[in-house]
Design a binder for this molecule. Structure first.
Ligand SMILES: Nc1ncnc2c1ncn2[C@@H]1O[C@H](COP(=O)(O)OP(=O)(O)O)[C@@H](O)[C@H]1O
Ligand SMILES: [Mg+2]
Length: 229
């Protein structure tokens, strides 16, 4: 059984989609389309009548909704949003501003857990996980936090995407079942975008860098084309 991402071309690269109940990492620089890809993944679930959760840690929820609307991606009611962005209700940084200079991820974790229990989603996105790293006191603590999170999501059998804008490999690369990279190349002043599946445990996949475009309707991957030919 596979979970289609809903992104044209990417599902072909994944030989049908993602293996369910696992966590995957989507990596790439700011502006490469991680949030768009995430929302498309959730909309695909919503379209199939599933409940899904979007946790935003950086961009305020209303801005995400507005940006997606501009692209023709309308966030529907069965996409439940947890706003843990710096200005959101569940910000992990609010304590840091007001009280003890220590970010608090406990509030976010319990909010997520009660939402998981309440709506039993099939898909979850945490966008971006980088904020959790910033909120952790040490690398060890970050690893612990991310492991606890992955275990929690696994317990509820959800297929999860976490996004990261960190170019180098970190704890998250090793914990997840698969890594998808969004790459940008500057060719004579023009931005060329490419997508690559770097790792996918338990599955055959296309490891070639394929071109993709961001346009109305979201990301489209040209899975029969190669970027370097
Ligand atoms: N209508 C549009 N047409 C083409 N590209 C767009 C459009 N809207 C946004 N984009 C592209 O999407 C990018 C933002 O995508 P986003 O998913 O927010 O990136 P990330 O989450 O990786 O930072 C912008 O940098 C821009 O290049
Ligand atoms: Mg984003």
């Amino acid at each position: 059984m596979r979970i289609p991402t809903g992104i044209r071309g990417l599902d072909e690269m994944l030989k049908g989609g993602l293996i369910p109940s696992r966590t995957y990492l989507v990596k790439g620089n700011a502006g490469c389309g991680k949030t768009i890809l995430s929302i498309q993944f959730l909309l695909e679930g919503a379209r199939r009548g599933e409940n899904v959760i979007y946790v935003t840690l950086e961009e305020p929820a209303d801005e995400v909704i507005e940006n997606m609307h501009f692209l023709g991606l309308d966030v529907t009611d069965n996409i439940h949003i947890i706003d843990a962005s710096p200005t959101g209700d569940l910000s992990i940084f609010s304590d840091m501003f007001f009280e003890n200079l220590v970010p608090d991820v406990q509030g976010l974790k319990s909010a997520l857990e009660s939402k998981l229990e309440e709506i039993r989603p099939t898909r979850v996105v945490i966008d971006p996980i980088t904020m959790l790293e910033i909120a952790s006191k040490s690398e060890v603590e970050y690893r612990r936090e991310i492991l606890i999170l992955c275990k929690l999501l696994r317990k509820f059998n959800v297929t999860t995407l976490i996004t990261s804008q960190k170019p180098e490999e970190g704890a998250e690369d090793f914990i997840v079942s698969g890594v998808i990279e969004l790459l940008t190349y500057d060719v004579k002043g023009r931005v060329i975008r490419g997508i690559r599946i770097k790792k996918m445990r338990g599955s055959d996949f296309d490891s070639t860098v394929r071109p993709y475009k961001i346009k109305r309707g979201g990301i489209e991957v040209y899975w029969t084309e190669s970027l370097f030919e």
